[in-house]
Design a protein around this ligand. Sequence first.
Ligand SMILES: C[S@@+](CC[C@H](N)C(=O)[O-])C[C@H]1O[C@@H](n2cnc3c(N)ncnc32)[C@H](O)[C@@H]1O
Length: 205
Amino acid sequence: MNTGRGIIWCVAMGPGSEEYLTPLARKVLGEVTRFIGDRRFAPLLPPGTSLEDLPSLSDLQHRLEELGDGDDVALLVSGDTGYFSLASSLARYFGERVRWIPGISSLQILAARLRRDWASVPTVSLHGRPLSEDLPPGEVVFLLGEALAVPAQIDEIAGSLGSHCQAVLGWDLGLSTERLFEGTLGGLASLEPAGRLALLWVTGR
Ligand SMILES: C[S@@+](CC[C@H](N)C(=O)[O-])C[C@H]1O[C@@H](n2cnc3c(N)ncnc32)[C@H](O)[C@@H]1O
């Protein structure tokens, strides 16, 4: 385990819009001078700060080790720290040097749009991972990949669960470009990408 002294703040930024950034996240961002994360979060940082691009996980661990004895650093993560976030890998690797600031996850936003409880719905991640043959029964939420890959991923899910299954596809949830589509998996697989990031909730099987 890494024992450097600077604190690594994993700050959950929600979807990347002002409305969903918590006051505590804003406070931590105001107290830190080093920032690493995706460019889309730059407008939410205090004026005049510079943002280092997010490298691969192994390069990120190396970079954070280099910064070990120096200033605190804010690692900007999307949604919430506890929902399929690289915050978990960093906590395993750096232990108590890491502090988590929670945020609003993409699943919470989609659940709010649908007026649905999300606590008992399992999530399967296809973000950089293949579709497993062993899917949970009942309703399932899928984290999908890059925009252009989404129709093929939904097609694959349709092949596994049945193209008649009902689902809701949410693009860019919590952003001004948000779009929601409801239909069968077969129908949703035929749509063009309508944003950058997408979440699929299979509501009926
Ligand atoms: C590595 S996971 C991170 C999830 C994040 N920690 C959260 O709480 O939402 C990335 C995937 O989450 C989904 N996602 C994240 N933000 C989204 C958004 N604003 N709208 C739709 N899907 C989103 C996409 O499927 C994306 O590929």
